[in-house]
Structures are given as structure tokens and as C-alpha cells.
Ligand binder design. Sequence first.
Ligand code: FES
Ligand code: FES
Length: 164
Amino acid sequence: MHEILDGGGVEVKMKFVLNGRAVSAELKGNERLMDLLWKLGIRSVKEGCSTGDCGTCNVLVDGRLVNSCMMLAVQARNKSVVTVEGISQNEELHPIQEALIEYTASQCGYCIPGIVVTAKYILEKYPQADENMVRQILIANICRCGGYTRIVEAIKSVIESSRR
Ligand code: FES
Ligand code: FES
């Protein structure tokens, strides 16, 4: 197995866990996590800005919220990566997704995978989050349709039901 030498075009093999399944991948040392995910068939991860500003490429890496356009794929070596495909398991929607539908929070839908990942992060890390905190964390997710009010309401409803 090659090790990362210069972060450039070096061929690398690595293992990591993607949505609960062990994966072996061959990639370039300078490949972004987003690009590797696309190669592996993950289509929920969108490239909105490529500069870490829009959140459409958000994934969880060992539970941390990450812009996959800003992270080298090799940094995910031996880690666990979760995308929307891993949040809605066995073709059953996660309560976050159910709530986004219930609150008609999705318009064009482009931002929604990133929003779902961010909402999962909020639920796991800040289960006591209030509206202000939800809004503060969501500030890194741009919805060009301007659906923030309904998105926040949907996330708040899931937080509230998880406390019951
Ligand atoms: S595409 Fe990664 S933050 Fe916008
Ligand atoms: S629903 Fe269209 S960008 Fe958010």
C-alpha cells in the first residue's frame, strides 16, 4: 500500500466505512472526498460552491460535520463517512426527512441532502438545541429557494419529538 507522500497525484489505496459498509478504494492523493464519494455512486453529495460556503456537500466523518469539497479523501482513511444514503436506511426515511416533507420545507431540493446531514449532526451533538442554535448551525447551509423558516421548523419538530 502506498502512503501519502506529497498530497498530489500519488496513487493511494485506503479503507474506510461508508454508510456502515467497509469500503476499499483506489484514489489519487489529491482527490477530494466529494469526488471519491461520486466515484462510489453517492449522488446526494452536491457541488454547489467548491469553497466550503454552501453546505450542499456536507457529510459526517466520525460524527463531525464536514464539507466534502474541502476535505481530501485520504483524510477519511479508517474513518466512518455518512451521507444521506446512510441516514435513510432500508429505504425508510429518517424522521428528519419525514419532517422536511411534512413541513413542505423542500422546494427545488438541491440543498436538502446537505440540510439532512446537518440536521442529523444537530440531533446527535446538540439534542437540546433551541431555535437559535439550529439557525446558527444552519448558517453554513445555503438554500437558494429561501426555505429557511420551514426547514428550521421541521428540524425543531424532530428535536422536540426526540425529547419526548
Ligand atoms: S460544495 Fe462544498 S460547501 Fe459548497
Ligand atoms: S430547496 Fe431549493 S435550494 Fe433549498
